[in-house]
Write a protein that binds this ligand. Structure first.
Ligand SMILES: [Zn+2]
Length: 201
């Protein structure tokens, strides 16, 4: 079966096909030959193949893609009693997921954004926390943008103040606001500080 070549799909059509095909759940088993062709074309566009496609065929493909269900968003497991962060002031804080530590704050637009804490040499802070440091020349931590992460953290991921203390002792700074803390004794006293609520009890 060869479609009669009239005029090729336009750039905007290909862009639209690519975007829609990304969002939609393509059928795993085609229901008809026509659908098999649609899937083949959609996958070709997604794979950046230069597949010959006429103007009307591209238009039919867009209509077909628009009729498909959207892909389910990646599901974040939320433990009992916890919830996803909501973008409120109280959700600002320091979180841990796996070996990564995130500082979550409200941005000017009113949305939460997350930054991953890394040691100044680029290692995860949790991977270097036990290493000895010179108290007069403490290492710094750096913050790396972690797009989308604030939407995948839950209230159960809050870093405990106990775990945070070790890190704050290493860097001599508050993980949340970067304020200098200095001596280990000050870190121990942090229970009464302004940032106490940014950690789990
Ligand atoms: Zn602080």
């Amino acid at each position: 079966m060869t479609a009669r070549w009239v005029r090729g799909a336009t750039g905007p059509q290909r862009i639209r096909i690519r975007r829609t095909a990304c969002e939609r759940q393509l059928p795993e088993v085609p229901a008809s030959e026509a659908e098999a062709r649609m899937i083949q074309l959609a996958l070709a566009v997604l794979g950046d193949e230069l597949v010959p496609m006429g103007l009307s065929e591209a238009s039919a493909l867009i209509d077909w893609l628009d009729g498909l269900d959207r892909k389910a968003a990646a599901v974040v497991p939320v433990p009992d009693g916890a919830r996803l962060l909501e973008g409120t002031e109280q959700d600002q804080g320091v979180y841990r997921r796996g070996r990564d530590i995130y500082v979550v704050k409200l941005g000017p637009s009113g949305n939460l954004y997350a930054k991953r804490l890394l040691d100044e040499n680029g290692d995860r802070v949790l991977d270097v926390v036990g290493e000895p440091v010179d108290p007069d020349d403490r290492p710094r931590f750096i913050r790396e943008s972690a797009p989308g992460m604030a939407k995948r953290l839950t209230t159960a991921d809050r870093l405990s103040l106990e775990d945070a203390r070790q890190l704050m002792t290493r860097y001599g700074r508050c993980l949340y606001c970067s304020h200098k803390i200095g001596a280990a004794a000050s870190v121990a006293r942090m229970t009464g500080s302004v940032c106490k609520d940014r950690f789990a009890a």
